[in-house]
Ligand binder design. Structure first.
Ligand code: HEC
Ligand code: HEC
Ligand code: HEC
Ligand code: HEC
Length: 511
């Protein structure tokens, strides 16, 4: 246990770097505290265990890590559950809260993911979920239906949300959640900056925002005995600093962090005794808010949810039964086929051995031996039981999951691109990452080339040597799915420093 948390902290130290926040939550005017010295060892007045609260936020629809790499992937609810249970020493009463932003849209997939998140969070014992505009956009019916599963029968926080809707369905929110932990009382509330009023109104026309400081003061007045106050906030740094100045009794203000701040900030902003921290995005980290004893300062840590953690089997079961089976039964993926025109207006024809190989034998042979030619089989195999030594686990029904298929096929979502396995023409496979996934749709190139017109509909291929090809690759080889990607190495088939038997390099010479 001790050894493991040490590893986790170590990993954090190497991975986390403060990122420039060019999102709307820019740090303008914020008083950034200098790094604090290590807190002194805890004085003797001992709690049974350190008083820690666990906090997440901005899951952005990421239920679980995809398993695209054997190492380096962060996040996922099953490993988060495991990490919480390790850090809390299996304490079933640990206080866990979420700053919202579970999903990013309102499609049937987002709705279903939200349900799945809530059930998984119930399984983990979450006590509160802050209502953000993203949650509100899912609709009151959904929130009313799901809210009862968190906390003690209702824990959707909306401290300064004012319900002005004429509708008979009230906003299912509570102003605060209070909990006793080992005899100490902790209050959790939420706050939304009034600068976001229009966004909230767009999500739910019946919601207005009261002044967050005044709303908080009002609810805290009825909890004067509470020793600890946590505010889950939707605001930028300057607004958070102003809130901390207005209400010094707040111990923690938790923000999600600017749009591009994927990782939580390493150093909290400090205003008096209030610490302002961020969760980061995509559910890659678990934050702990540790309350100091006596004169000791509070301390914030962000633990990366690393893939060396085991997955909590109960949470895997929730995701499989609530979400992955539904992907197979309802086939929401059908909505995603053929939605956008293909680039250049040409049509995808698919990689047909007889066609392409006859004129580009080298390119074909290289491709056919590469992993790109097996990308579909990889998804199919997700329905087999995973090898016992593979800690990634399997994501069942992956071939029905748009969050997998989009990178493991050719032309997903585009007219004439991959449109479902039943519609796939056997002579022109668009499963796999085939030639046109990189080169763009070939149109009638093969036919024209046979007639002597060798022009390629999408212009010349961007070159590896100039680095221009990188833009092609990173649409799929992004940091979430291919954390070790480097263009020159991958092109030559060098993965994590090891030369693979197959490279994907092909080009002018000899084809
Ligand atoms: C954004 C694009 C993208 C998405 C989405 C994606 N993958 Fe991948 N996947 C990749 C890439 C790129 C690789 C190769 C990574 C590497 O080796 O650097 C890969 C590799 C894999 C591998 C490893 C294959 C091997 O040969 O070892 C598995 C398994 C996998 N993906 C499964 C999935 C599943 C299941 C999903 C959905 C939950 C998914 N992928 C979603 C891009 C994606
Ligand atoms: C009848 C012969 C023939 C067939 C069949 C054919 N090509 Fe070509 N292709 C050519 C010729 C000739 C060129 C132009 C010369 C070159 O760049 O190699 C070309 C160019 C290309 C290029 C563009 C290279 C650049 O300049 O960027 C790609 C990519 C390509 N072909 C892919 C394919 C694919 C995929 C298929 C199968 C669907 C296919 N070709 C079928 C003859 C053919
Ligand atoms: C349409 C999505 C997509 C694009 C575009 C793409 N890849 Fe891939 N790539 C994948 C997937 C998916 C895999 C994993 C295949 C598998 O094993 O299932 C992969 C695997 C690989 C591998 C093998 C990795 C390993 O672990 O052995 C290499 C090398 C690679 N890609 C290089 C590239 C390069 C270089 C580019 C750009 C020129 C590129 N890829 C463009 C999706 C893509
Ligand atoms: C992973 C992305 C990817 C895939 C898949 C892919 N190519 Fe390429 N291809 C490239 C890149 C990048 C180049 C430019 C190489 C360079 O810089 O020399 C290229 C170059 C070429 C060229 C030479 C064009 C030139 O001007 O040098 C041909 C022809 C070609 N590819 C055909 C194919 C065929 C046929 C297939 C399928 C059997 C295929 N490619 C699959 C990325 C890809």
């Amino acid at each position: 246990m001790v050894a493991l948390s040490a590893t986790v902290v170590l990993v954090l130290a190497c991975t986390v770097r403060p990122m420039p926040s060019d999102g709307e939550e820019a740090t303008a005017g914020a008083a950034v505290a200098p790094p604090r010295e290590e807190a002194p060892a805890a004085p003797v007045r001992a709690r049974k265990r350190p008083l820690e609260v666990y906090v997440t936020g901005s899951d952005d629809g990421y239920l679980d890590a995809c398993g695209c790499d054997t190492d380096g992937l962060l996040g996922g609810l099953p490993r988060r559950a495991k990490l919480i249970s390790i850090l809390s020493g299996g304490n079933k009463k640990a206080l866990i809260v979420s700053n919202g932003g579970l999903v990013t849209g309102t499609t049937p997939i987002d709705q279903r993911k939200f349900t799945t998140f809530v059930f998984a969070m119930m399984q983990m014992g979450y006590a509160a979920l802050a209502l953000t505009d993203r949650e509100l956009a899912l609709g009151r019916e959904k929130l009313t239906e799901m809210g009862i599963f968190l906390g003690d029968g209702g824990a959707l926080l909306g401290t300064n949300l004012v319900d002005v809707a004429p509708t008979p369905l009230p906003l299912p929110s509570v102003p605060l959640v209070a909990q006793l932990i080992d005899g100490e009382s902790v209050v959790v509330a939420s706050a939304v900056a009034t600068s976001r009023a229009a966004r909230y109104r767009a999500a739910d026309g019946g919601v207005e925002l009261a002044d967050p400081a005044r709303a908080l003061q009002a609810v805290l007045a009825s909890h004067l005995d509470s020793e600890h106050v946590i505010v889950l906030a939707q605001m930028n740094d300057a607004e958070a600093v102003a809130l901390a100045e207005a209400i010094p009794a707040i111990d923690w203000i938790v923000l999600r962090g600017g749009e591009h701040e994927e990782f939580p900030r390493e150093v909290p902003v400090q205003v008096g005794t209030t610490l302002i921290v961020t969760t980061g995005h995509k559910g890659k980290f678990l934050g702990t808010l540790r309350f100091g004893t006596g004169g000791e300062l509070n301390e914030h840590r962000s633990h990366p949810i690393v893939d060396t953690l085991d997955k909590d089997e109960d949470v895997v079961l929730v995701i499989d039964s609530m979400y992955r089976d539904w992907l197979f039964i309802d086939k929401p993926i059908e909505e995603y086929y053929s939605r956008q025109p293909a680039p250049g207006g040409a049509a995808y024809v698919g990689a047909e051995e007889g066609g392409c190989a006859s004129c580009h034998p080298r390119a074909w042979a290289t491709w056919a031996a590469s992993k790109h030619a097996h990308a579909w089989q990889t998804l199919v195999d997700q329905d087999l039981p995973p090898p016992p030594d593979d800690k990634r686990g399997h994501q069942r029904h992956a071939i029905w999951d748009p969050d997998c298929v989009r990178c493991h096929v050719t032309g997903f979502g585009e007219v004439s691109g991959y449109a479902g396995i039943e519609r796939e023409r056997s002579e022109a496979p668009l499963v796999n990452v085939s030639c046109e996934a990189c080169h763009g749709p070939a149109g009638d190139h093969a036919e024209r080339a046979a007639g002597g017109d060798s022009r390629w509909p999408n212009g010349p291929a961007p070159k590896v040597a100039t680095g221009a090809a990188e833009a092609l690759c990173v649409r799929c080889h992004d940091p979430d799915n291919s954390p070790h990607f480097e263009l020159a190495a991958y092109w030559a088939g060098v993965i994590k420093g090891v030369q693979q038997p197959e490279s994907i390099a092909h080009g002018r010479e000899g084809d």
